[in-house]
Design a protein around this ligand. Structure first.
Ligand code: FAD
Ligand code: SIN
Length: 500
């Protein structure tokens, strides 16, 4: 019997668990630190980017993904995602996901930087809940052992190989293969679309286990979160349906910044908004969806409609205030195209991983697909262990980050503000350098409960983000340095980092 331990219950972990459990001779345990539903996946709105129409093509999805990635996406990873995407989406449907249909066909929406309408959605803007809900139903009917409300603390190693996971109660879950599918780290920043579970745990665990991480300087800020408590996401699909961004004078400022205006790549729109907000004294810009009509807004975007109303806005009648918020971590644990990390028997998949697919800027709605595609692949790798595929010259040698054991105590809020100021949408060398020194002087919290475990992980990941951002002296995609505003020489190289 082979025992696979899967950490996390988003689309990546659920897909891997169901695929692994379907193999003979495989025993699966899925560990998740909150309830099964609590994940970035559950809150996903816009949908799944995948080619399902004869008028669209895999080649065009590949081209759009590479263009959004700003010269850093790994060609082969993109080809795997887009090429295996239709089959993985068919698997989701087979497992009970009810995507929206129109006139008897799958409904397909448009999002920024896509050259075709290819975004499958469910429940209008409740795509993540529809996907996770269907997969969880399957999971609960399977032989997978599910441990909810169970925090994984660290990867346990024996002779340099992963052999299990240490849990918060200090017990060890032994396994032949450990799959990290712990999602992102939006809680690094004070404004984020991510739920509270997104604290970079898997990345921190992998770093402590000696794994190589990659592209940690690339954090994606979503352009349009509601500028109100909670930073509720207002999906790009709303702009895809025709909503526009306006400044304090009602002018469509994005028209002056990019030929695709509101549908320019995400990093461009987010920086455009930041620039405009600075020009108008920090006041949020507005998203004008009034032309879409009250009935359409309520029907096509029921989740957003409820969230907007709950904050006292009537978006059918007036533009709503929006601002960028931390949304998606392009960087993560470095893996090959099968989820193999640099530590034998340790795998990573989904948002926690970095196989180079998203480059410097993820194309909208490619990450649910990533979980569905690579969640299947990682199972093949975990059951037939092998060395990671060789990384080409476009992957830089890892920089080494020192651990610091003593220092002054700082709160999570302190960390979030420091990162927002120094490693947010606009960075510069002096600010990053000062942040690196400040972070080095902060004490690593003693881990005695779930919250302090998260705080320790956030501090480690925050240091790694700053170190990586300091090392990349150019601007590319989500990493914009005002002291080096242009891209460096091509071809760009992925950064790598290890902990000393
Ligand atoms: P997640 O779904 O984040 O799951 C991670 C899991 O790991 C969680 O269950 C968490 O509790 C668990 N976990 C974490 N740490 C531990 C630990 N220490 N121990 C045990 N368990 C742990 N992408 C799209 O493609 N289309 C969209 O429309 C879209 N909309 C989005 C809307 C919002 C509001 C957000 C936040 C993101 C959106 N994204 C979208 C991005 C996408 O949802 C995520 O990138 C993707 O769902 C990540 O899936 P995952 O399985 O890798 O991780
Ligand atoms: C959105 O609906 O705007 C989010 C899509 C994504 O993050 O891929």
């Amino acid at each position: 019997m082979t025992h696979v331990a899967i950490i996390g219950s988003g689309v990546a972990g659920l897909t891997a668990a169901l695929d692994a459990a379907a193999r003979p001779g495989v025993q699966v345990t899925l560990v998740t630190k909150s309830g099964l539903r609590e994940s970035n996946t559950w809150y996903a709105q816009g949908g799944v980017a995948v080619v399902t129409s004869p008028e669209d093509s895999v080649a065009s999805h590949v081209a759009d993904t590479l263009a959004a990635g700003a010269g850093l996406s790994d060609d082969e990873a993109v080809r795997v995602l887009c090429g295996e995407g239709p089959d993985a989406a068919a698997d989701l449907i087979r497992r009970g996901v009810l995507f929206d249909v129109e006139a008897g066909e799958l409904a397909r929406g448009l999002e920024a930087a896509h050259s075709a309408e290819r975004i499958l959605h469910a429940g209008g803007d409740a795509t993540g809940a529809a996907i996770a809900g269907a997969l969880i139903t399957r999971l609960l009917a399977s032989d997978v052992t599910v441990l909810e409300e169970t925090t994984a603390l660290d990867v346990v190693l024996q002779d340099g190989r992963a052999c299990g996971v240490r849990l918060l109660d200090r017990s060890v879950l032994s396994a032949d293969a450990v799959v990290l599918s712990t999602g992102g780290a939006g809680q690094l920043y004070p404004c984020t679309t991510n739920p509270t579970v997104a604290t970079g745990d898997g990345l921190a665990m992998a770093l402590r286990a000696g794994a190589v991480a990659a592209d940690l300087e690339f954090y994606q800020f979503h352009p349009t979160s509601l500028a109100a408590p909670g930073n509720h996401l207002v999906s790009e699909a709303v702009r895809g349906e025709g909503a526009v961004l306006v400044d304090a004078d009602g002018d469509r400022f994005m028209k002056h910044l990019h030929p695709d205006a509101e549908l320019a790549p995400r990093d461009v729109v987010a920086r455009g908004i930041t620039h405009q907000m600075a020009a108008q004294g920090g006041v949020p810009v507005r998203l004008d969806a009034t032309a879409l009509g009250r009935e359409f807004l309520a029907e096509r975007f029921p989740t957003i409609d409820a969230a907007v109303r709950a904050q006292g806005f009537d978006w059918a009648a007036e533009p709503i205030p929006v601002a960028p918020a931390a949304h998606y971590f392009m960087g993560g644990v470095r893996t090959d195209l099968w989820g193999r990390t640099s530590v034998p028997d340790l795998y990573a998949v989904g948002e926690v991983a970095c196989n180079g697919l998203h480059g410097a800027n993820r194309l909208a709605s490619n990450s649910l697909l990533e979980g569905a595609v690579f969640g299947r692949r990682v199972v093949d790798a975990a059951l037939v262990p092998a060395e990671p595929e060789a990384f080409g010259a476009d992957w830089a040698e890892p920089i080494t980050m020192a651990t610091v054991e003593y220092g002054i105590s700082a709160s999570r809020a302190d960390l979030q503000q420091l990162l927002w100021d120094a490693a947010g949408l606009r960075r510069d060398g002096a600010g990053l350098d000062a942040a690196a020194h400040e972070l080095a002087s902060w004490a690593m919290p003693a881990v005695d409960d779930a919250k302090s475990a998260e705080d320790a992980n956030l501090l480690l990941v925050g240091r790694a983000v700053v170190a990586s951002a300091l090392a990349r002296r150019e601007s590319r995609g989500g990493h914009f340095r005002i002291d080096a505003p242009d891209p460096g020489p091509s071809p760009a190289r992925h950064s790598s980092l290890v902990l000393r």
